[in-house]
Design a protein around this ligand. Structure first.
Ligand SMILES: Nc1ncnc2c1ncn2[C@@H]1O[C@H](COP(=O)(O)OP(=O)(O)OP(=O)(O)O)[C@@H](O)[C@H]1O
Ligand SMILES: [Mg+2]
Length: 369
């Protein structure tokens, strides 16, 4: 139980967001709608979030003066990605409440911590072994076998920092290809579906969870999200319970996205989690009266949470790299809601925007047609 619940941070106050990407941008827009000003802290010039924020501090994470100035200019601080040095978070918390707390980031930024944390709560994952050398990898292969995936423990995203191993893969080459100094070897899951669940939690401990969705990837990057996932209500309830159990156990304030595999025999394995808004929650912008971004702002400021009820079925399609060049055709379809991130350069593999295609509730769209 959370005691001494802090008073809500009222509209008119300033929300500080560390990170300047699209998740920060969409959070800043939602915050503005609730009457908050937003200040961004990011090492990146001209970031997507800075273009919609009242103020941006462009500095490195070890720039003490900038951290202090940013911290003192805001009333509460949150993050749009989890790879922030512990020292930076510690310094920020001297100026304003930091939500979620560092412990949540620390778990979310390290696959070993994340999987251990889940296992301690009785949440299953694929089998895995920690690997620190090519010799370790050979030993781990004896336990995990192939097919399997070697993953960096930190800083992986969009399938980067992963090497797939088959029976004929040379372990030394795989270890070199990873290019890191610590990784995990994870058993390959022959899943029937990938799903995710997003839970919001307030300082009071109250929680609200969005409908469980299906995620399909292309080249390691999320391609489409289908809301809701076509799974049994019992399985959806299990997924929600996993999200809420993790959020509660971390004493998280904010949003927690949990990615899960549905196995052939119909049970759930946790893949990974992120203590922030998530790519697979974009659909809520147009499918629910409260989007994940608004819910995130409500959670970290301590406002009551909004309803997570879905009023439409949605297929979200990510626009990667050159996909954005098709924007003129996309806007012609009145049922497609286009969201662009304001990035000037459409590099290959770069997330440039997304489309939410709306369907009548209950129509169970099957994918992107
Ligand atoms: N053990 C596994 N078995 C089968 N497929 C896997 C496994 N691990 C990862 N994948 C596939 O690779 C994708 C990316 O993996 P993961 O989510 O671990 O990495 P990531 O780079 O952090 O991704 P992101 O940040 O985009 O969510 C997964 O969504 C899934 O499609
Ligand atoms: Mg993932």
């Amino acid at each position: 139980m959370t005691t001494n619940i802090p008073a809500p941070i009222a509209p008119g106050s300033t929300l500080g967001i560390v990170g300047g990407g699209q998740l920060g941008r969409m959070t800043a827009v939602a915050a503005a709608e609730l009457g908050y000003a937003v200040h961004i802290f990011t090492p990146e010039e001209n970031s997507p979030a800075s273009k919609v924020a009242a103020r941006t501090y462009v500095a490195d994470y070890d720039d003490d003066d900038a951290i202090k100035a940013f911290g003192e200019s805001v009333d509460v601080i949150t993050f749009e990605f989890e790879n922030i040095p512990a020292e930076t978070v510690k310094k920020l918390s001297a100026s304003a409440p930091v939500r979620p707390c560092y412990n949540c980031l620390a778990i979310g930024q390290d696959r070993v911590k994340e999987k251990t944390f889940a296992a301690d709560l009785g949440i299953e994952t694929a089998p895995w072994e920690i690997v620190k050398s090519a010799d370790d990898l050979r030993e781990a292969l004896k336990i995990i076998g192939t097919p399997s995936i070697l993953k960096t423990t930190t800083l992986g995203y969009d399938g980067k920092g992963q090497v797939r191993l088959r029976a004929d893969t040379d372990p030394s080459e795989a270890w070199d290809a990873l290019g890191g100094n610590v990784g995990i070897l994870e058993g390959f899951v022959d899943f029937t579906m990938e799903i995710s669940v997003i839970t919001a939690r307030r300082p009071s401990g109250a929680m609200a969870t969005f409908d469980v969705v299906e995620n399909r990837h292309k080249n390691g990057i999320l391609d489409v999200t289908i809301a809701p996932a076509d799974i049994s209500s019992a399985l959806a309830e299990d997924a929600c319970a996993i999200g809420q159990k993790l959020a509660e156990a971390m004493d998280m304030v904010g949003l927690l996205a949990v990615e899960l595999f549905v196995t052939k025999d119909g049970h759930l394995l946790m893949n990974e989690m992120a203590p922030r808004p998530h790519n697979s929650g974009h659909w809520t912008q147009d499918g629910c009266s409260t989007s994940q971004y608004e819910q995130f702002v409500r959670a970290v400021t301590g406002l009551p949470l909004g309803t997570t009820q879905r009023h439409s079925d949605v297929v979200m399609k990510n626009l990667i790299g050159d996909d954005i060049n098709d924007w003129a055709n996309i806007v012609k379809n009145p049922d497609d809601k286009l969201h662009l991130y304001g990035k000037s350069e459409a590099r290959a593999g770069r997330k440039m925007g997304h489309i939410n295609r709306l369907y009548a509730k209950g129509s169970q769209p099957k994918g992107w047609l």
